[in-house]
Design a protein around this ligand. Structure first.
Ligand SMILES: NC(=O)C1=CN([C@@H]2O[C@H](COP(=O)(O)OP(=O)(O)OC[C@H]3O[C@@H](n4cnc5c(N)ncnc54)[C@H](OP(=O)(O)O)[C@@H]3O)[C@@H](O)[C@H]2O)C=CC1
Ligand SMILES: O=C(CO)COP(=O)(O)O
Length: 332
């Protein structure tokens, strides 16, 4: 059986912006798609109008079937998990009960679980032991993917052949997916870049300018690299789409919800107001990432500053002043 036949039907768990965008992308790649969302009202809208409440302007093709019953995902031969990181635990627990064993489960979430310090493929492995964990990440706004703009991502799994098959069957003329056997490296990039995007947004919100942003991006990437190396990941992964690539995108664009969250903090909004009802994954990841780094004696002053700002322990100006006042050191 060819990979295309084996993975003729793909399931997507999560009816938000990214779940819908990836469902569209998989349909463009010739897959039939079952799109599960917990919100029955949103599912009814998607079924009837083909519009996506959380992704304005997108139209779902007929090859995408929105469903509100999780059991309907059992028709799929691989699953994409597109819910926020902090929601992965209950969703995986439900999926483990609802679906047969052996399915590849591709996390598209970018974060670290606050209460456990688990990366997303570890959450999948713990809560859904029958699944085969994989990760899909890289620089991509849901709206860009939905519009069919050229985009490149990385799909990683411990089983390199599986990662290659999945990358091939999900790629299309507008979405190019590279494959990798370094899932931890890919998920560390996706989690850390959100924290750095908040820092970059804060600098711009404070009016500190482009030079300050570039300094934060470069020194933030040094933190990401040190953190990744402590977990034994490949440096090529950190320098690739899911690491450097996503840092570049998310720290540069107000389209990033994490950057926009930082921007609002820099402009004087409180941490509670700054998200404006939108998901900013970095707000949940910053503290646990800094804690995990400290436990390994890795310096992550930018992540620590972001975590302290979000916790209300320090003001934005004071935090940046603290970063600038650190002892002069070698650049590494
Ligand atoms: N949007 C983007 O451009 C990109 C997003 N990502 C990542 O994708 C992940 C999802 O983000 P995104 O789709 O944008 O977020 P959205 O806020 O657009 O949507 C989140 C979706 O998850 C659902 N959800 C939340 N909690 C649960 C739960 N406990 N059980 C079931 N469903 C749940 C929400 O359902 P409900 O509507 O009912 O609340 C909603 O449909 C994040 O980790 C993000 O970092 C990655 C790359 C790009
Ligand atoms: O992950 C993303 C881009 O690669 C989307 O970023 P935000 O979650 O910050 O919007």
């Amino acid at each position: 059986m060819t990979p295309s036949d084996r993975f003729a039907t793909i399931g997507v768990a999560g009816g938000g912006a990214f779940g819908a965008a990836l469902a569209l992308a998989a349909a463009r790649a010739g897959r039939r798609v079952i799109l599960w969302a917990r919100d029955a009202e949103a599912v009814a809208i998607m079924r009837e109008s083909r519009a996506v409440p959380r992704l304005p302007g997108a139209t779902l093709p007929e090859s995408v079937t929105p469903v509100a019953e999780m059991a309907a995902l059992s028709q799929a031969r691989a699953l994409i998990l597109a819910v926020p990181t902090q929601a992965l635990r209950p969703v995986c627990a439900d999926l483990a009960r609802a679906l047969p064993a052996g399915l590849p489960a591709i996390s598209a979430a970018k974060g670290i679980e606050q209460k456990s310090g688990l990366f997303t493929t570890q959450i999948v492995a713990e809560l859904w032991p029958g699944a085969v964990p994989a990760i899909l990440s890289g620089p991509s706004f849901a709206a860009d993917i939905a519009r069919g703009l050229p985009t490149a991502l990385t799909l990683a799994a411990s089983d390199a052949a599986l990662a290659q098959d999945l990358a091939e069957v999900l790629s299309s003329a507008s979405l190019r997916i590279y494959h990798s056997n370094d899932p931890r490296g890919v998920e560390i990039g996706g989690a850390a870049k959100n924290v750095l995007a908040i820092a970059a947004g804060i600098a711009i919100g404070l009016g500190y300018g482009e030079s300050a942003r570039a300094a934060l991006v470069a020194r933030g990437f040094a933190e990401l690299r040190r953190f990744g190396e402590a977990f034994g990941v490949q440096s090529e992964t950190l320098m690739g789409l899911s690491g450097l690539g996503d840092v570049v995108l998310s720290c540069a664009s107000a389209q990033s919800r994490n950057f926009a969250y930082g921007l609002a903090l820099g402009q004087g909004r409180s941490p509670a107001e700054a998200a404006g009802g939108k998901l900013a994954e970095g707000a949940f990841t910053a503290a646990i990432l800094a804690e995990m780094a400290q436990a390994r004696q890795i310096e992550t002053p930018i992540a620590e500053a972001v975590a302290a700002i979000i916790a209300g322990e320090v003001g934005v100006r004071e935090a940046v002043a603290g970063l600038l006042a650190r002892p002069i050191r070698a650049e590494n």
